[in-house]
Design a protein around this ligand. Sequence first.
Ligand code: UP6
Length: 267
Amino acid sequence: ASSKAYGDRVASHSNRAAQDLLRTMERKQSNLCVSVDVTSKAAFLAVVEAVGPFVCLIKTHVDVIADFDADLVEQLTQLAAKHDFLIFEDRKFADIGNTVSLQYAGGIYKIASWSHITNAHTVPGPGIIAGLAKVGLPLGRGLLLLAEMSSAGNLATGAYSDQTIAMARAHRDFVVGFIAMQRPSGPADEDFLILTPGVQLGSKGDALGQQYRTPREVVFDSGCDVIIVGRGVTGSGESINVEEVQHQARRYRDEGWSAYRERIASN
Ligand code: UP6
């Protein structure tokens, strides 16, 4: 999959969210996902409006937004249509199937109703996939499994990562790929989407265990598909400088896309 153009991989996926993401990447010439980890609705919408033209995907943590409400979802959905991107709520579900189906469909956030893609840890076993699929598949949603993490000392390695990949293979209708640091090896015709956080230019990490690599290391060296960039684009504080955010989004979009062009040209 890593040698093929994004647009040529649509046919390898049966899941609508995966197909839509690949088509969006090709159309917008962007493999950038911005992670909008800010804590007010106003800052959130300002960042999304600023980076919208440059991204294929917006990643959210809606539970950190102090004044979250239904109107935020409405406005986010409108911005997704206006700027042509998909939405990924980075919920990292991690409970038994029955509980995650309730968390995914309901509560305050009603994630399944607006988020095209979400993700889950595999620590509970395959029941978590079945519980989420029950809610998400009828809506055309897609799931990513956390096969690896970017943070120092994390336990998602070795046999855990391998068994996560095996669980994904058994649920290809709903599981579209992984949060991972590299493309896993597999049959030549196997096509998972690899979305990778821990990306920043000019910093190796933060004070709480985050570890950063560059877009080129992620996309060219490791064969990943989507770079997920948070503070590299938004900055660390709550005050949003729209011009700077836009400048960084363009920069990461350009870096990610040229690493991808280099990858498909060299294969
Ligand atoms: N994230 C990681 N590493 C993982 C999984 N998820 O950093 O292994 C998420 C974080 C954050 C974003 O929850 O939202 O990706 C990274 O943000 P940053 O670029 O500001 O470090």
